[in-house]
Design a protein around this ligand. Sequence first.
Ligand code: GLN
Length: 236
Amino acid sequence: MGESAVRIGLVMPDVLGTYSDSGNATVLACRLRWRGLSASVVEIGHDDPVPSSLDLYLLGGGEDEAQALAADRLRAQPGLQRAAARGAVVFGVCAGLQLLGTGFRTGDGSWQAGLGLLDATTVPGPRRAIGEVVVRDCAGLGAEPVTGFENHLGRTRLGPGSRPLGRVVTGTGNGDGTDGAVTGRVLATYLHGPVLARNPALADLLLGWVLGAPLPALPLAEVGALRRERLRAARR
Ligand code: GLN
């Protein structure tokens, strides 16, 4: 994509910022800049129109009410859906995952339509899933597990139009032994962290989709050591 900056859309951080997933935007921008590429983060508030011209869109977690509000606003305007249709990368976390699906039932029993960018439906589970999560066998990540923490009531079932991100070995994720959903360049997970700070390979997978080629490695010894320590802790 030449010398132009990668434009990262942070979708409704004022509403979907409850779990600090907005840090995913900072991680993506840093990983581009550290490689000499330019990046800009466009913050899209819940009252703002959603531009359809950005390269990558991030949706974070939030309470049921926040999630329902965000889903309403996003359904009412076509920016994100148009961007996804022309191949923009979309990354959702928890509430972001649930609202990218076809629909979700909130804790109070009401049904909300999602954006339909993932073939996934969500209903409340028997109890809140809270704690560390480790996900293995993630397509595109080789042997690298994905780690993060979860805090959600919803359980997500995928239809044939989406495949899971990977297999849960610690924690709950979707609730059926898998975590997340992927359809084309729309990828979502239950994992907070921010998850892209904890999993550089996942950040680079998304950036590789944007740039059209895998990125050169960016070894950061301290990040690698922290990652190994978290994986050890999750096994204890
Ligand atoms: N409200 C959703 C749930 O509890 C999402 C929570 C979250 O984003 N962490 O399932």
